[in-house]
Design a protein around this ligand. Structure first.
Ligand code: AMP
Length: 288
């Protein structure tokens, strides 16, 4: 396994590998790896000749009052895990190499960021779209893997690839959860023991929404209100950033349940802002 820090070296190596006909698979991450990341790594290993994992806590996707500085980092542990999972190359660039003095080109989508997390994190998806564009140009992957945990991000990357004609196939991976249902996230590290127990409220509220919808509830505001009540019952100090039911592709808010619904939420438990979502499909026969 190689650890590459230089942007130029990474790009040159990828171009060389591609000339040799190798299929490059890519899993971009911010490190502090967990089973969510590793599920994508495992899939990539099966599909591709060369498996590249990037570890880069991207400053441009954090707001000024967000957790860029405190974001959990543990390169040694990440290296061990990557070795265990047969990663070929870890790309671990320096911020100065990614964003040298005078950097001024950003990638921005017009509509998809105007929903869900994009509303409470202005500029976040501009940072994501910019860094992913750069990483794609550096790593030159044939296939890149993203988790459904960050559904809005996944939709934005799929759109970016289509709009800008990147010759890259995007594959998505299911949300990997802890035993009690909490979606795995590097940010779960911020939770105290008590908060960790309360954090289950996100998944519980998604299951509750699913149950309500399956029983025939079609009124989105009612479902959202009941989800909020459940969250505050489990975690009275939680701060609900948003609870939304949206079209899974356009991310536009729904007022009535449709055949395909994405229930998504962001909740702050202590200092940890946690997100989760569930795709709920229904046959629209039981309208009440
Ligand atoms: P991050 O390091 O949080 O930027 O995540 C890197 C990639 O792993 C993204 O594509 C995430 O969507 C994905 N990911 C993070 N957590 C999970 C999870 N619990 N299940 C599946 N994929 C995940």
């Amino acid at each position: 396994m190689q650890l590459i820090r230089s942007v130029k070296k990474m790009q040159n190596l990828s171009l060389k590998l591609k000339r040799k006909g190798k299929k490059i698979g890519f899993v971009p991450t911010m490190g502090f790896l967990h089973e969510g990341h590793l599920s994508l790594v495992e899939r990539c290993r099966k599909d591709c000749d060369i498996l590249v994992v990037s570890i880069f806590v991207n400053p441009t996707q954090f707001g000024p009052r967000e957790d860029y500085k405190s974001y959990p980092r543990d390169l040694k542990r990440d290296i061990k895990l990557c070795k265990k999972y047969n990663v070929d190359i870890i790309f671990y660039p320096d911020v100065k190499d990614m964003y040298p003095e005078g950097f001024e080109t950003y990638v921005e989508l017009e509509k998809l960021p105007n929903h869900l997390c994009g509303l409470s994190r202005p500029g976040h998806f501009r940072g994501v779209a910019t860094v992913v564009t750069k990483l794609f140009n550096i790593v030159q992957p044939d296939v890149a893997y993203f988790g459904e945990k960050d559904w809005q991000q996944l939709k934005i990357i799929e759109k970016l690839v289509r709009d800008l004609n990147f010759p890259i196939r995007i594959k998505s991976g299911k949300i990997i959860r802890e035993r009690d249902g909490l979606a795995m996230s590097s940010r779960n590290k911020y939770l105290s023991e008590k908060e960790r127990k309360e954090a289950i409220c996100l998944y519980k509220s998604l299951l509750f929404a699913k149950e309500l919808i399956e029983k025939g509830e079609r009124d989105v505001s009612k479902i959202k209100r009941k989800m909020r009540e459940l969250i505050l019952k489990i975690a009275p100090k939680a701060k609900v950033d948003y609870i939304e039911i949206v079209d899974p592709e356009t991310l536009e808010s729904l007022s009535r349940i449709k055949e395909r619904n994405l229930v998504a939420l962001a909740v702050k438990i202590g200092v940890a802002r946690l997100i989760d979502n569930m795709l709920i499909k229904v046959k629209l026969t039981k309208e009440i």
